[in-house]
Every structure is written in structure tokens, then in C-alpha cells.
Design a protein around this ligand. Structure first.
Ligand code: URA
Length: 143
């Protein structure tokens, strides 16, 4: 059982996905986006021919949270995300998965940011899924 779930992916990744916080499956396996939302994300990556092994996937908050994380929790965990992003020297597209990421992910030079609904919302609501898919198409055009 992991206490915190760090980002996963090569340091040479050009695309970075940032979610909110790991769920219980992620905590159990010590990897981001491997639960139900992760399966949805995997499917979307596959549809759009993006290899998960070539992208970096992480979260704003590294421990599990019940609902949206508090500003204090975000503040406490942001240094880890900052460090992760600083190591991704080739990152050129940052995909913000949901509002927590959209509001808190730090800006890095010369990167393009795309805001998508969170996969958990996209899984549940047709409107959000359509928005998610439109965002993925936008992402593909930038690669
Ligand atoms: N799993 C994650 O790793 N992050 C989320 O935001 C949701 C599920």
C-alpha cells in the first residue's frame, strides 16, 4: 500500500496529464489512474493512438481525497507536482483533467495547456464525455 502516489512516465514525455488525487485502487497499487477513471483514460488514449507508456500521468494531490481536495491539501502537495514538472524538460502539452488541475497546476514556459473534464465526470455524463473527446481531438492536433 502506497502512502503517496507520485507521477508515472518517462522524463522525456512531451504530454503530461494531471488529475486531482488518487483513489483507493491507485493507493493500493501505488500508481496514478489505474482505477475506473484510469480505465476510461486508457481507453481514450488508445482511441487516439497515444501510448500511455510515453506520456507522464500525475495528480495535483498525491494522497486520496474525499471529494475535491481542500486548498490546504493542494498547497501542501503542490511542491511535489512542481518538482515533477521541473524534471519534465520536454513537456510541451499539459492536459488538465478537471477543475482541481485547471485551477492549480503551475504554468511552465512554452507549454500549451488543455483543459478537459475529469475522466470520472466524462465516464458518467454524456455532455462531459463529448467535451472530453473534443479535447482529445484538440490534443491530437497539437502533437
Ligand atoms: N485516479 C487518479 O489517479 N486521479 C484522479 O484524479 C482520479 C482517479
Amino acid at each position: 500500500m502506497a502512502t503517496i502516489v507520485r507521477g508515472e512516465g518517462p522524463k522525456s514525455a512531451k504530454i503530461v496529464f494531471v488529475g486531482e488525487c488518487p483513489g483507493s485502487t491507485e493507493i493500493k497499487l501505488g500508481r496514478p489512474f489505474v482505477g475506473r477513471a484510469g480505465k476510461f483514460l486508457d481507453k481514450q488514449l488508445k482511441i487516439h493512438k497515444i501510448n500511455r507508456k510515453k506520456v507522464y500521468i500525475t495528480n495535483v494531490v498525491k494522497i486520496t481525497c474525499d471529494g475535491a481536495p481542500s486548498p490546504q491539501m493542494v498547497r501542501k502537495h503542490l511542491p511535489i507536482l512542481r518538482k515533477e514538472l521541473s524534471q519534465l524538460r520536454k513537456a510541451k502539452i499539459i492536459v488538465l483533467l478537471g477543475k482541481t488541475a485547471a485551477r492549480n497546476v503551475p504554468l511552465i514556459n512554452n507549454a500549451t495547456y488543455i483543459e478537459l473534464p475529469h475522466p470520472s465526470a466524462a465516464m458518467r455524463f454524456t455532455k462531459m464525455r463529448k467535451k472530453f473527446e473534443a479535447g482529445m481531438k484538440q490534443l491530437i492536433k497539437l502533437i
